[in-house]
Ligand binder design. Sequence first.
Ligand SMILES: Cc1ncc(COP(=O)(O)O)c(C=O)c1O
Length: 411
Amino acid sequence: MATVAPNLLRNEPMRRDPRTFQPFLRLARLLADVAPGRSPLASGLPINMAVGDPQQPAPALLAETVAAHPDGWSSYPPFRGTPDYQRAAVGWLARRYGLPEGLVDGERNLLPIPGSREGLFFAALSALSAGAAEGRDCVLLPAPGYHVYAGAAAAAGAEPVFVPVTRASGFLPDYAALDPAILRRAAIAFVCSPSNPEGAAADLPRWRDLLALARRHGFVLAADECYAEIYVGAPPAGALQAAAETGSLDGLLAFHSLSKRSNAAGLRCGFLAGESALVDTVDAFCRFGGASVPLPIQQAGAALWNDDAHAEANRAFYARLFERAEATLGGRFGWHKPAGGFFLWLEVGDDEAAALRLWREAGIRTLPGSYMVADAHLQPNPAAGFLRVALVHDESVTGPALERLVELLDG
Ligand SMILES: Cc1ncc(COP(=O)(O)O)c(C=O)c1O
């Protein structure tokens, strides 16, 4: 049994000030009074490898399609999606995961969302609200993990149960090892695959087990698959594939987005797919909270989901960066090419000291892994000693930056 004891106090610091758990605010504080050193670029300008903002241009198709729908701005967005958007999203899911026809019904099982961020947040609120009558007041989440999972738990006044994600756990959370009493109190469990920050991907047996666990204990499995199109080698399995094997979407919500697939984080366009009753509840909350996708954006989104060529080119871009990283890092920092995503998760010893040194001496901004877990949440911090480095710049920037990183941190 894992020894993650429920403790409402864990959320106290965050309730008082949610910013305490915002990794980038913590990083800004760390570096506030430290002048950046000259970076290895000819310009000497700082290089931001802390945030996972895609730096490549979005496909021209995006702007062209938005421009072709000028009339769509005057009306409120169609909450459940235009027929075009529904068809495009369902079509992409079918191509990407080989889903049987009819499993995901565009009208019943799908909801456009601005991005996975908004969907994940509202899904937690709605699962906790719906589960309250049964005494479900916990959110299961990976530590380290995307900070919005914990932010949603805090906003709902729920108890976050941080489950350590380590090399030993295959860099994915082992929810099955939790005390069944906690599992019975869980409203929702977050699983990210390919994962941020480690780049680990759940295989089909793992998704099968997670879905079976969620169904057995009656909580929602929230599969955050926003990096589903950024992978090295074979495409990672999806939670919907495990659901397809059972012929039902019960207990599942899968989150997808164009932010990474199409370098379109600013478009705010994605969708969630899953059990119709769950989708209906999230839809209701999104309508209250206003997380909808304007019509011209849905049209652009449909065009992008329908086009695989740009996503393939984008995947090749990240694959080249990983090759470059492999050649430069050469097995240092406990690093191996991950299954997907676009982060390096490097074991560097004191991660705060490493981030400071890279900034002060080389103008390279990285994120101390330990900032992805609040001290009040889990001790010892499972992400301490790791540095997260985003591979989002092109090779002419990433290459020299990695060489300098090795120079400064190795030995
Ligand atoms: C793990 C994870 N989930 C969700 C998101 C949110 O992405 P978006 O809302 O743009 O789809 C991010 C963004 O970086 C992320 O890393």
